[in-house]
Design a protein around this ligand. Structure first.
Ligand SMILES: C[S@@+](CC[C@H](N)C(=O)[O-])C[C@H]1O[C@@H](n2cnc3c(N)ncnc32)[C@H](O)[C@@H]1O
Length: 400
């Protein structure tokens, strides 16, 4: 069998193995990773090819699944045609889709070629939660491979520049933020010396924009109440500078240990990990709440199929409780920032509206910089299309 014939067989075998799980298993990426790691015969390029084809299959599941049953060779060709244009895919796609038209950029045009419905690529419940996601540009952005972003943690970019040049990696500065850079080469940034030295962190541009919307002053004593492994803690520390201090809290103590390591790597001394519940009051509290993750569907397309309307309602209820609990630690005149990586209105504006109704001592603060995003009543919905990011929501409040 030809190389491409073999690759097609392998894709179909992997798809058959994963198919029972991609609409059920929220740990699908780990499952796929383990499956690819077990295949000793695969080189790095094979892994990149199959990962891209399988992610594409899940992203376009309503279109590709029926073909897997009826016409597996067509399913393989469709997955190749819909896949992102990365080097690992090119030769395979060219061989399988030689007599297909060039794949159009827009999802609606792709749907027309395949005689499918574009709306079927998003769950029905999303219509009530984020109707704009079904608009052409947002739908296209949600079905584009996510870019790789880094956030510099140094003003001197020269060591990063020379390491990337030595590895022939391309990157470019994003004009929205001084520290944001897009990496154009498919690269494992964690292998870099400059990464190990804490000179940059990997962070989606949308995630970087969240704190930048608030226009925070230097200094102050902050609580990062849901700090996780500290992506935003480190960015907050860079914004408030050495005069500021942060207590980083989370219920996952292993994540806080990782945060500690990252803070040490960055040379940030004034971040304290808080494993027990916080007490006292702060100049600012950041609640980067656990959420449905619907803003991250480009990186985790299986979440489109494993998330339900009932889950969104449960998230919204616990987000409101969490926000109320940590808001109690904001001093009079202080800041409260609420953020999610969700597209769902119930988890975003819904939570903030309910919180403001029950807590009149807080008032919404208009964003210092809206980066061109539409205002949604209170806060900003950072939808993917405007700046090619994951989707987020942020609201900044002040205590009277
Ligand atoms: C969206 S993630 C935070 C991501 C992190 N801020 C970052 O930028 O990398 C939400 C976090 O909330 C944490 N969490 C869940 N329930 C919590 C609670 N009751 N109190 C504090 N943190 C909680 C989760 O463990 C998770 O790490």
């Amino acid at each position: 069998m030809s190389v491409v014939g073999n690759q097609r067989q392998t894709y179909l075998r992997l798809a058959a193995e994963l198919r029972p799980h991609w609409r059920r298993d929220r740990a699908f990426p780990q499952r796929l990773q383990a499956l690819l790691a077990r295949a000793r015969a695969f080189g790095a390029r094979d892994r990149r090819l199959y990962r891209e084809l399988l992610y594409t299959t899940v992203r376009y599941a309503p279109w590709v699944e029926p073909l897997l049953d009826r016409e597996p060779e067509q399913a393989a060709a469709a997955a190749a045609w819909l896949a992102s244009d990365i080097p690992a895919v090119r030769a395979y796609r060219a061989a399988l889709t030689a007599d297909w038209p060039v794949c159009p950029a827009s999802v609606a045009a792709r749907a027309a070629v395949l005689r499918q419905s574009a709306d079927s690529l998003l769950p029905v419940w999303l219509k009530d939660e984020c109707a704009s996601a079904f608009d052409g540009l947002e739908l296209d952005a949600l079905h584009r491979r996510a870019s790789l972003w880094l956030r510099a943690q140094t003003d001197d970019l020269e060591p990063i520049r020379s390491e990337f040049a030595a590895r022939s990696w391309e990157w470019r500065h994003n004009p929205l933020l001084p520290d944001a850079h897009e990496v154009l080469t498919e690269a494992d940034l964690t292998q870099c010396d400059t990464y190990r030295q804490g000179l940059f962190e990997i962070q989606d541009l949308g995630s970087q924009l969240i704190l930048a919307t608030a226009g925070l002053p230097a200094g102050g004593y902050w609580l990062d109440a849901c700090a996780g492994a500290g992506g935003k803690t480190l960015q907050l520390r860079r914004i408030i500078g050495p005069a500021g201090r942060i207590d980083a809290h989370d219920i996952r103590t292993a994540a806080l240990d990782e945060l500690d390591r990252r803070a040490a790597r960055a040379g940030f001394g004034n971040i304290a990990v808080l494993k027990s519940a916080p007490s006292g009051s702060y100049d600012g509290v950041l609640v980067d709440a656990p959420c449905s993750g619907s803003g991250t569907w480009r990186r985790a397309p299986h979440l489109k199929w494993t998330t339900t309307a009932a889950m969104i309602a449960r998230h919204a209820a616990s987000q409101l409780a969490l926000l109320a609990r940590y808001a109690a630690h904001v001093r009079p005149g202080g800041w409260l920032i609420y953020a999610t990586c969700s597209l769902a209105g119930s988890e975003n504006l819904g939570v903030i509206s309910a919180f403001l109704a029950a807590n009149p001592e807080f008032t919404p603060a208009p964003p210092a910089c809206d980066f061109g995003y539409e205002h949604t009543g209170h806060g900003l919905a950072l939808l993917p299309a405007r700046h090619n990011t994951d989707g987020f929501y942020v609201a900044t409040l002040r205590r009277r």
